[in-house]
Design a protein around this ligand. Structure first.
Ligand code: HEC
Length: 160
């Protein structure tokens, strides 16, 4: 996940960005042949990662790991869940591959807007597999009510 899926997805998500500042909007996107080629390589890694995820019999991780957060599973439970529903896991993996192919098509068309759209779809594919196999019972804290200590912090966050 970290070395192939996350690294290549991040570089694709970061490839197109609009930054707004006092000086105006700045559009970041691949422009030179080398820049398009770099993002293309990442799309290919993602396509092949989708294929690799369907290979049966591979251990989930080098060493067992505990649950990372409330509602997340530990490595033993994730493995059990995948083994118990391998068809669905493979379906998510193939959806990852097919979505990455739409990224590749956008890149080959040099179409930054299509790359953003496909990148949004990609995010949903990651999240749906994670919700099924990694953190099926994730706890999303309720939005705090006015007056609660967390409220002031969130309401005054300029990043919102
Ligand atoms: C076919 C299912 C599936 C898809 C699709 C998938 N993941 Fe994962 N991912 C998992 C599972 C299962 C885990 C938990 C086990 C683990 O950490 O490897 C995980 C864990 C992770 C981790 C934590 C790794 C670690 O070592 O802590 C990251 C980061 C991650 N995924 C990113 C992504 C991103 C980004 C995408 C989409 C581009 C994605 N994943 C798509 C199944 C998937």
């Amino acid at each position: 996940m970290q070395a192939e899926v996350d690294a290549s997805a991040d570089s694709i998500w970061d490839a197109v960005e609009t930054t707004a500042s006092k000086a105006g909007e700045e559009e970041k996107q691949p422009r030179t042949a080398a820049e398009w080629e770099a993002v293309r390589h990442n799309a290919i890694v993602l396509i092949e990662a989708g294929n690799l995820l369907t290979v049966a019999g591979r251990p989930l991780s080098r060493a067992p790991f505990p649950a990372e957060a409330a509602g997340a599973l530990d490595s033993a439970d994730i493995e059990k869940r995948i083994a118990g529903n391998r068809a669905a896991f493979n379906q998510y993996a193939l959806t990852l591959r097919e979505t990455a192919r739409t990224l590749l098509a956008a890149i080959d068309a040099r179409n930054a807007q299509a790359l953003v759209t496909a990148g949004g779809n990609l995010d949903e594919v990651c999240e749906s597999c994670h919700l099924t196999f990694w953190y099926p019972k994730q706890v999303i804290p309720p939005w705090p009510r006015e007056g609660e200590p967390r409220y002031g912090k969130i309401a005054s966050n300029p990043a919102r």
